[in-house]
Design a protein around this ligand. Structure first.
Ligand SMILES: [Zn+2]
Length: 252
């Protein structure tokens, strides 16, 4: 008698404890994960070993082993509608790259609904620095380059302290929280205003041109992003300034 629980279809669930605060109640999670593993397994005709994660950057990863498909999915997929589950099967189980597009759309749609939390010790973003007011810069850029369409909060990041700095990220955009942070080293008169504007502009573009979350389609700065970035009025000057001054900036 065919049954979803026959030995060949056995699903092993591994639930990862990281970030449990953000996950729904454990029993619900286990039940949903079992159901999802079952339908994927059914769809593909192979055992599926499903791990549910709370990873912020990789929503889907998988490995096709001869005996089973090992799949790691963000917990948002536990409530995914049938077409999305099918796309997971197509993408991870059958190697259909094009299914990744549907998954991307799903992630983009769901992300804002995931409960946002800050790690203890995270403060609210403060846009007003000693030299530059990032909110004001953001608003002006939004007006002049994006028809006011970018919605994000912005602020100065915390000083990294006395750690040795080999490289720094001058700015970062978080898709989940819609936050832009700039490195505090940029908040000084020695850094020209157009350079700070350029970094803010760059991070704003990340909202407009999101990068793909899926292996094989990952492009942090898609072509359209790069083209648009070049439209920044002082693009060449900003790159030149970065090349000539970044080292000095870091040494401070
Ligand atoms: Zn970037």
């Amino acid at each position: 008698m065919p049954s979803d629980t026959s030995p060949r279809q056995l699903q092993l669930l591994q639930l990862e404890p990281t970030g449990t605060r953000r996950l729904p109640a454990r029993e619900v999670l286990v039940e949903k994960a079992a159901a999802l593993a079952r339908s994927l397994s059914h769809e593909l005709g192979v055992p599926v070993r499903l791990s549910v994660t709370d990873n912020r950057s990789t929503m889907v990863s998988f490995r096709r082993a001869p005996a089973a498909l090992r799949l790691r999915l963000h917990h948002m997929f536990l409530d995914a509608p049938a077409p999305v589950v099918r796309a997971v099967a197509d993408y991870a189980g059958r190697g259909h790259r094009r299914a990744g597009r549907l998954l991307d759309e799903f992630v983009r749609r769901e992300q804002p609904r995931i409960r946002q939390h800050r790690d203890a010790g995270d403060e609210a973003l403060s846009p007003r620095g000693q030299t530059y007011d990032l909110r004001e810069i953001f608003e002006r850029l939004n007006e002049s380059h994006f028809q006011g369409g970018v919605r994000a909060s912005i602020g100065w990041g915390r000083s990294p302290g006395r750690r040795r700095r080999k490289s720094i990220r001058l700015g970062v955009y978080d898709h989940q929280t819609r936050e832009i942070r700039l490195h505090p080293a940029l908040d000084q008169p020695a850094v020209p205003r157009f350079f700070v504007e350029f970094i803010v502009f760059h991070e704003m573009l990340h909202q407009v041109f999101p990068s793909s979350h899926f292996p094989g389609r990952r492009t942090h700065h898609p072509r359209a992003f790069r083209d648009r970035e070049k439209a920044f009025p002082q693009y060449a000057a900003a790159l030149r300034w970065e090349r000539d001054n970044l080292r000095v900036l870091l040494a401070r």
